[in-house]
Design a protein around this ligand. Structure first.
Ligand SMILES: O=P(O)(O)OC[C@H](O)CO
Length: 520
């Protein structure tokens, strides 16, 4: 791809720098989609998976405990600050260990003093509360983060040919951070690189590091410690929302309290909205449990507001591959420390396997913009539908920012138009046509500059990422029609579904009269 040429010629504000930018950020005033309902409908049409019930339905009300986890979080407050102030001295492991007992006691005091005075069952569980807290909590270490930022830079250089981030988008987040309101990052999930990218970008652009809600399956020995030290806090995969007096209720309360206290001292949080990596390359239905924790935490005189920032990424290729085994019915093998090292090593032996990667930060939206009624509720949010709508809105925003990788353009044509293969010249013309249609839909094709890049270049570049799924015969490009190869092309093609899916649905019903008649 003529990337240099592209960077020179393109006048789009989305042209980015590699790893670092010194361009002056310009403010961009993105607006919320005018047709919220249509957006919601689109998401419903395009996402995979089944709705997940909100886990907050039976939540035990959580009053605010002033001294709850503050002592614990006092450590993270300093360490998550990326400024070089002397107040942000690095805490040592020893001092953390010393404070552990103190923290446990603090939590127990809270349990006894405030929350569950009428719930004898809980008071018996005090120690468990402390254990749960230890199971959840992150422990950001500025020093570890510094080392990781350097290591990640090296890793990203090895994995990616280019990394793009839009300075305008970052400027908006920086401005939001200056308001002193906590930020909740709501990224889509495609790869394990996702959360590393957000953390690294935040570090690189001087934003505070978020505390990342991670699933317990990543809490692997030393690796878990490293993740905690760079901001991860671990949550259980399954919590029974109907448990009102047992262990899960206690767990929910401690988790809620933890999230609330993070927000209360203006620390940023990150939730992977879909809860799992998408196996089909399309957005999944968002989970609502963690969002409802945030919504419930925002109350008058406690936490005035939070910023929600949808985040997404575009990868030419995701580092861990496209889950072919799982798509072929082989159950996922549980993550292990050795397994992770093995995977990383395997990827390292390839040359820049991810190709170009682009990071997208959405416009920070104030929660009170979305739910003005937040000022009215006291302890429990009753309107589940609105909490769901926030999740859908964030997924829609995150998805609509994504660029289209060139490999998706080629895959779509091979899968939907040329299953028996096509000559290069024919494909080149179609590739150019499809790229222009994507631009018309106000989306970007990574590496494509209208009137500059040619179909020939785009195909040449894209072939690097689909070489195992196609056969090259003279000047013919023929998709291999076996299941894994077709699944691969489908995954890549699916990046185009949100671009054209809505139009396709409307197109289908364009002749409404005929459709209406057909119903009767
Ligand atoms: O469900 P998975 O395999 O996509 O795992 C997702 C991780 O737990 C969170 O990144």
């Amino acid at each position: 791809m003529k990337l240099k040429e592209r960077e020179k010629n393109a006048d789009s504000p989305s042209i980015m720098t590699r790893m670092k930018t010194d361009r002056k950020p310009k403010m961009k005033n993105n607006t919320m989609p005018p047709f919220g309902a249509l957006a919601l409908l689109t998401v419903f049409c395009l996402v995979d998976g089944l709705p997940v019930s909100a886990s907050a339905g039976n939540r035990v009300p959580v009053p605010i405990a002033n001294h709850t986890l503050h002592m614990l979080l006092g450590i993270t407050t300093d360490l998550s600050d990326t400024s070089d102030s002397s107040e942000t001295e690095i805490e040592t492991m020893e001092s953390i260990a010393e404070k552990k007992e103190e923290m446990d006691e603090a939590l127990i005091r809270v349990l006894e003093a405030k929350r569950w005075e009428e719930e004898e069952k809980f008071i018996d569980d005090d120690e468990k509360g402390g254990q749960i807290l230890q199971e959840i909590r992150s422990s950001l270490f500025r020093f570890v983060c510094k080392i990781c930022a350097w290591v990640l830079y090296k890793v990203f250089c090895k994995l990616m040919s280019k990394f793009f981030a839009n300075p305008d988008q970052i400027a908006l987040v920086q401005q939001a951070e200056k308001m002193g309101i906590p930020i909740v990052y709501l990224p889509l999930h495609r790869s394990h690189l996702d959360y590393l990218l957000i953390t690294w970008c935040n570090w690189n652009f001087g934003l505070r590091l978020p505390h990342i809600a991670s699933r317990g399956n990543l809490n692997l020995g030393g690796f878990g410690w490293l993740l905690r030290a760079t901001g991860a806090f671990f949550i259980r995969r399954r919590v029974d929302p109907s448990d009102v007096g047992g262990r899960d209720a206690l767990y929910r309360v401690v988790l809620h309290s933890y999230i609330e206290q993070l927000l209360k001292i203006s620390l940023h949080i990150e939730f992977l909205l879909e809860g799992t990596r998408s196996r089909f390359g399309k957005a999944l239905v968002p989970k609502h449990g963690l969002i409802s924790n945030v919504v419930e935490a925002v109350q008058p005189n406690i936490i005035q507001d939070v910023y929600l920032v949808p985040v997404s990424y575009t990868y030419d290729n995701i580092a861990e591959g496209i889950f072919l085994n799982e798509l072929m019915g082989i159950p996922k093998t549980r993550e292990s420390f050795v397994g992770v090292i093995g995977e990383v090593w395997k990827e390292f032996r390839k040359s820049q396997p991810c190709g170009m990667v682009r990071m997208h930060y959405g416009r920070p939206i104030r929660l009170t913009e979305l739910v003005p009624w937040v000022e009215e509720h006291e302890t429990e949010v009753s309107n589940r539908a609105l909490i769901r709508a926030i999740g859908y809105h964030a997924v829609h925003e995150a998805q609509s920012m994504m660029s289209i990788p060139s490999v998706s353009i080629l895959s779509a044509l091979l899968l939907n138009k040329y299953r028996d293969g096509a000559g290069r010249e024919t494909l080149e013309l179609d590739v150019e046509w499809l790229c222009e249609r994507v631009l018309e839909a106000k989306r970007e094709v990574m590496g494509w500059v209208s009137g500059v890049t040619s179909g020939e270049h785009l195909i040449e570049y894209a072939l690097k990422f689909v070489k195992d799924a196609v056969k090259l015969d003279d000047d013919q490009i023929i998709p291999i029609r076996t299941r894994p190869q077709l699944l691969f092309l489908t995954y890549k093609r699916n990046a185009l579904v949100p671009v054209f899916g809505f139009k396709a649905v409307i197109g289908k019903f364009q002749n409404f009269q005929e459709f209406y008649k057909g119903l009767w």
